[in-house]
Design a binder for this molecule. Structure first.
Ligand code: PNS
Length: 161
């Protein structure tokens, strides 16, 4: 069975991420969405909330598991019996950072390949930060995130006002 790990901060998981998951399911048998604590990014939602929202957003896919992971990504990939790291590319601007990460992960473990998938052009502008920005001023979220994730975002920002 070919298993791919799709790691990220997912603060929150949006339609661009879901698009990458759908594409990766075409070439792999199972995808593990691995949610990183990533305190350096100071996520708005805590790890448990991000895992929860990612589960909600991916529940209709089948062949997708969501779980938190800590520590080194390549170690987690090995632990889960996977050999591929999935990353989405939106624009050329993503490339340099992704290239560095892929080479670092390859240096750390030669047996794991990073597979890049191009997100649909429909979502090429979309980032979790932009989703939060729209949510913070009460803008419409239905084009960006799952409806239940949109509710969580609204609740969070109502709580802040
Ligand atoms: O969604 P993001 O913030 O681009 O995801 C970054 C992530 C979580 C994939 C990256 O920070 C990561 O792999 N963190 C785990 C620690 C690690 O293994 N670092 C070395 C590779 S960069």
């Amino acid at each position: 069975m070919r298993i791919g790990v799709y790691p990220g901060t997912f603060d929150p998981l949006h339609h661009g991420h879901s698009d990458v998951i759908a594409r990766s399911l075409r070439v792999l048998d199972q995808i593990i969405v691995a949610v990183a604590p990533n305190p350096r990014k100071a996520p708005m939602f805590d790890l448990a909330e991000r895992v929860d929202m990612a589960k909600i957003a991916t529940k209709d896919f089948g062949r997708v598991e969501v779980e938190p992971f800590e520590g080194l990504l390549v170690q987690y990939v090995r632990q889960r019996g996977a050999h591929a790291i999935i990353r989405g590319l939106r624009a050329v601007s993503d490339f340099e950072h992704e290239f560095q990460m892929a080479l670092l992960n390859r240096k750390l473990d030669q047996g794991i390949e990073t597979v890049f998938l191009m997100a649909s052009e429909e979502y090429s502008y979309l980032t979790s930060s932009m989703v939060k920005e729209v949510a913070s001023v009460g803008g419409p979220l239905h084009d960006f995130v799952h409806p239940e994730v949109a509710d969580r975002l609204r609740q969070r920002f109502i709580g802040c006002r």
